[in-house]
Design a binder for this molecule. Structure first.
Ligand SMILES: [Zn+2]
Ligand SMILES: [Zn+2]
Length: 273
């Protein structure tokens, strides 16, 4: 998987986020070497009181870091984004923090349901996991209906926390909550919000994309067409992991193109499995 992946990886963190350690310029150089079409950089912009990235975002430092990446010779297309945690609650604060930046896109990521992190085993302690997942979907509908975001990140990332808690993750949301998913996808298509295929789950025990192929098929049946592909890279060791498999999954459920965002507007490019 070293060359010719004509993919825009729309979910790449840099050392501008406290939980990531790879400089933007290094990511750009590596992407050029691997033949990627482009990178959508994101930095965490978080306000949840218990989030480790809370308060860490600096628009100035992040902008400088992306400038250095753009100076690298032979860089692929480099797009500027932020990942706002719980945007239904914090989008206004996040946009204030990013004031002055020319953002190509804003990604919304749901990591917390109240005081419970769906990314960690502790989030599932003492609760019925299905009830928490259902609540995660309800809040996702709220996010897609209310928050000014361009991309909905890693739908189904609760599998990471549930797998860590020792729970079964072979849950088919399309069977259990088709009505909630339909409402979610209706809100997204109405508002032009893209659904991300996040490939980070492929390197974890749950070994699936977020969302799964089944949910992606349902999204397409509901009329969803705007999809992005993202590896959720945080370090050198797993940079761009699973992108080709993400494309294969998209193609297998009928998608022939994926999207990037520039100036907060989607643009398509063809994908080949
Ligand atoms: Zn996230
Ligand atoms: Zn992320």
């Amino acid at each position: 998987m070293k060359s010719g992946r004509r993919i825009i990886d729309m979910h790449v963190h840099t050392d501008d986020s406290p939980d990531a350690d790879i400089p933007a310029a290094d990511v750009a150089a590596r992407a050029a070497g691997e033949g990627l079409l482009g990178i959508g950089f994101v930095a965490h912009v978080d306000f949840h009181p218990a989030d480790r990235c809370r308060g860490a975002f600096s628009a100035e430092a992040y902008s400088r870091s992306l400038e250095r990446a753009r100076e690298m010779p032979g860089s692929p297309v480099l797009l500027t984004g932020i990942e706002v945690g719980e945007p239904h609650l914090f989008i206004a604060e996040a946009m204030e923090k990013a004031d002055g930046m020319c953002l190509d896109f804003v990604t919304g990521g749901l990591h917390w349901i109240g005081e419970r992190s769906v990314l960690d085993a502790s989030g599932f302690a003492g609760v019925d996991p299905l009830a928490l997942v259902e609540e995660y979907l309800r809040v996702s509908v709220e996010m897609a209906s209310d928050a000014s975001i361009d991309i909905l990140a890693h739908l189904g990332v609760w599998r990471r926390g549930l797998a860590r808690a020792g729970g079964r993750v072979d849950i088919d949301e399309t069977r259990l909550w088709p009505g909630l998913l339909w409402r979610l996808f209706e809100a997204m298509t109405d508002r032009g919000i893209a659904l991300e295929v996040n490939t980070a789950g492929l390197r974890r025990p749950e070994s699936v994309t977020y969302p799964t192929a089944s949910v992606l098929r349902f999204y397409r049946e509901c009329g969803g067409r705007i999809v992005t592909i993202g590896s959720d890279t945080h370090s050198e060791s797993h940079a761009f992991y699973g992108l080709s498999q993400g494309v294969e999954i998209l193609a297998s459920v009928g998608f022939t193109e994926a999207f990037g965002f520039r100036d907060r507007r989607p643009f398509p490019y063809p994908i080949k499995a």
